[in-house]
Structure formats: C-alpha cells, structure tokens
Design a protein around this ligand. Structure first.
Ligand code: SAM
Length: 287
C-alpha cells in the first residue's frame, strides 16, 4: 500500500485530518482492503487489526498506526476520540467510515467499531539474547494461521520472551493470525530466521534447545528448565521437525500420550511445553 493521502474526491490532502468515507471504491479503502493479500502487506510493511481495546493497547505499547478507521457509531465516543487524537499526533490518518465500508475492510457482517493499519514490527534475531529465567519458542515452518495466532497468545500468557519463526512460515500479520492472537501480537517480540540462521544463532546463544518430537527420548516433565534459558523448538504440523533441527537440539522431549491420537495439535503441544517450562521457573500469578 502506498502512503498517499486523498480527499473524498481522491485528491491529495494534509496528514492528520479526519476524513469521512462512504464509498467502497475510495482509493484509500482499496489500499486497506488489499492488505488481505500477503504481497501487499509485505510491500507496505503494514497490516490490519480490529477492535478498540486492541488499538488502545497497541498504542500504549508504542506501535505506530498509519490509518485509524472507525465507523459512525464510534463518533464522539471518548476512547475512540482519544485513539484518533493519538493517531493524528503521530502523523497518521483517521477515517470515519460507514458500516458498509467497515464490513468490507474487515470482511465481517458485524464489524467492530474500530480497526487500524499498523506498521509491521520484526525483532532482529540478534536482539534475542536468552537470559536465565527466560523461555523462547522457535517454530519450524508453522503453516496454519490459527495455530500461529494461538501460540503467540499462549506464549504471551505464559510469560515467554519471544518467538522465532524458522523457515517458510505462515504470515503472523495475516488477519486470521492477528485475530487469533487476541492482541498478544503487540506484546510478543517476533523474529524470523532461515534454518541456517537459526542454527548459527543457536551456537552463540547460551540456551538449552528443547526440541519436541514424537520420537523424543525424554519425558518433558523431567527436563532441567532452570540451569539455562530454554528455547522450545516445535515441528511443522504435517512433517514434524527435520533431522537437521532435531540433531541440533540439546534434548528431544516427548509429551506422553494415551488413546489413539498420533500426536497433539501444534498449538496444544506448545502450550503444554510452555507452561511446564515456566512452572519450573516461577509460580505463575493466578489471575
Ligand atoms: N506427523 C508429525 C510428526 O510425525 O512429527 C506430527 C506433527 S505434530 C502435529 C506438530 C508438532 O507438535 C510436532 O512436530 C512436535 O513439535 C509437537 N508435538 C505434538 N505432539 C507431541 C508429543 N506428544 N510429544 C512431543 N511433541 C509433540
């Protein structure tokens, strides 16, 4: 998406004014709708997220909004006005749109009152320097947007310090993943790495790589999660971990199962591992 600003007639305008849009063919709306495609998210390095609470939380965490969109029902609501004022103050654009336009942007029949176009944020892998008491998650070629969103949400809830996306993964900034994170996307640092970049990082990081594997020899409850920071390495939904990653691990952990299921769902297995690793380190606050 380009960074043009338009009047209702499509002409250029100054940044920082609230603009009313009712037409589905408005060029700014077309640009926002194009964010449903990865190509456009990659080009513009932006993404769409929905919900007033999420927008407020993201602003508080320092995320930059390029365009804040609210439907007419939001006009005059103090929280919406405040989010709009913050967007304008940081040079963003604010749109007041009809329900129909909001529905078409978010592809929902009953859209939320507020959505926003945010700048994407990636942490450099080198900024992940595991310290004692920290737990990271590394995901090998995660494919399913719902799984990735659920893992980001769970990692946030368990107190993990960051997630590394290894290899060719689903896009964390797709609408489906963003929805599944329930706002945790804004709180959880994400880095990406090729397999070899991850292996190089692993050599330098003073961390224990605990890879989960159906053929793992070690019961996940018996692992030492305390003497070093832990990186939980999780395999692809279909094929599990490739040998190269499994060999690089310090331990291959297994979650014992009963019944007929071959394996656990990736997000479920990650949750089990995360809460076990964190349990060894601290007593999680019961909220
Ligand atoms: N067919 C795949 C295989 O053979 O590995 C199943 C992959 S499973 C759906 C996705 C990932 O979840 C696995 O690679 C592993 O990281 C983790 N996982 C699922 N169940 C597990 C278990 N019982 N023990 C350890 N890891 C498990």
């Amino acid at each position: 998406m380009n960074d043009r600003r338009h009047d209702q007639d499509g002409g250029p305008r100054r940044v920082g004014q609230v603009k009313e849009v009712t037409s589905l063919t408005n060029p700014i709306i077309k640009d926002i709708k194009a964010l449903s495609l990865k190509k456009h998210r990659d080009e513009s390095r932006t993404f769409l997220a929905e919900g007033l609470k999420l927008v407020i939380d993201a602003q508080e965490l320092g995320w930059t909004i390029r365009t804040l969109i609210y439907s007419k029902a939001g006009r005059g609501k103090p929280a919406v006005e405040q989010a709009a004022a913050r967007t304008v103050a940081s040079g963003g654009l604010v749109l007041e749109v009809s329900e129909k336009v909001m529905g078409s942007i978010t592809r929902r029949d009953n859209p939320q009152m507020v959505s926003a176009v945010f700048e994407q944020r990636w942490a450099p892998l080198s900024s992940f320097r595991p310290k004692s008491d920290e737990t990271y998650v590394a995901l090998d070629r995660v494919r399913d947007p719902g799984n990735l969103g659920t893992i980001i949400r769970t990692a946030d809830a368990a107190g993990a310090s960051g997630i590394i996306l290894v290899g060719d993964t689903t896009d964390p900034f797709s609408l489906e993943t963003v929805r599944a994170t329930m706002g945790s996307l804004f709180a959880m640092p994400l880095a990406r790495a090729s397999l070899s970049e991850f292996l190089d990082w692993k050599k330098k990081a003073d961390a224990r790589i605990v890879a989960t594997h159906l053929a793992g020899a070690v019961d996940y409850r018996t692992i030492d999660y305390k003497s070093k920071p832990t990186v939980l390495l999780m395999g692809n939904e279909q094929s599990g971990l490739p040998d190269e990653l499994a060999k690089a691990a310090d331990q291959l952990a297994r979650i014992p199962q009963q019944g007929r299921a071959d394996s656990l769902n990736l997000a479920v297995a990650t949750a089990v591992m995360l809460f076990e690793a964190r349990r060894h380190l601290l007593s999680l606050d019961a909220r």
